[in-house]
Design a protein around this ligand. Structure first.
Ligand SMILES: [Zn+2]
Length: 221
């Protein structure tokens, strides 16, 4: 298990599983993830979505990924009780591409949900987990075009890869959104490992694994 290098000021357990972890440490509930921006409360019966949140202790929630970014967020609500969320952010989720709902990508919508419940974004602890990083994330021009629609976009997030095609820094893109949303850089516990670079530890769809996934999970204690 990879654990964010950050001591959260809340009773919280969180982590990113690897291919070495046994299933009993992982969440029971599996969302049908569809690369969009739907975020549901863990107690909802809704089966489809790309993010879960909870305020209940003892409920381990999570998303499964194999190149997309698992995003974990937690912070206090107005009454001091904890709120936690796990989001699945590939390029479609991060940009909101193809999702007709308002508010941009899934991180923006997740933080908006927290605000709507009375939370202050600067209070959130946050961590992005292992994902395909800029070293390997070759993308088509339509991906960069979608990312450019975000107000936090800056051109340094796109670089030219060895084949001449663009590479997207998806972690950097989400970090730019996080800071734009008012999250505190000192509360970032991200684990920046590349899924393609680490076959010893991590599943990668891009590397040719169609079934293996790792979890980003979080639980209020
Ligand atoms: Zn890599």
């Amino acid at each position: 298990m990879l654990v964010p290098d950050l001591q959260p000021p809340l009773p919280l357990a969180w982590g990113f599983s690897t291919r070495l972890d046994s299933p009993e440490d992982l969440p029971v509930r599996r969302l049908d993830q569809v690369h969009r921006c739907g975020i549901v409360e863990a107690s909802d019966a809704v089966a489809e979505g790309d993010g879960l949140w909870t305020t209940k202790p003892g409920v381990r929630i999570g998303v499964r990924v194999a190149d997309c970014v698992p995003v974990l967020l937690a912070g206090p609500l107005a009454d001091g009780s904890p709120w936690a969320a796990a989001l699945h952010a590939g390029w479609r989720g991060a940009t909101g591409h193809g999702d007709p709902g308002p508010g941009g990508g899934i991180l923006r919508r997740g933080v908006a949900r927290y605000r709507a419940l009375g939370g202050h974004p600067a209070d959130l602890v946050w961590a992005f987990g292992p994902a395909i990083l800029a070293c390997h994330f070759e993308v088509g021009g339509e991906v960069i075009a979608a990312a450019r629609q975000d107000p936090a976009w800056h051109e340094e997030l796109c670089s030219e890869g060895p084949s001449g095609k663009p590479h997207l820094d998806l972690h950097g893109f989400l970090r730019a959104q996080a800071l734009d949303l008012g999250l505190d850089a000192a509360k970032d516990g991200s684990v920046a490992l590349c899924t393609v670079c680490r076959p010893d530890l991590l599943h990668s769809y891009r590397r040719g694994e169609t079934t293996g996934r790792q979890w980003g999970w979080i639980e209020i204690r």
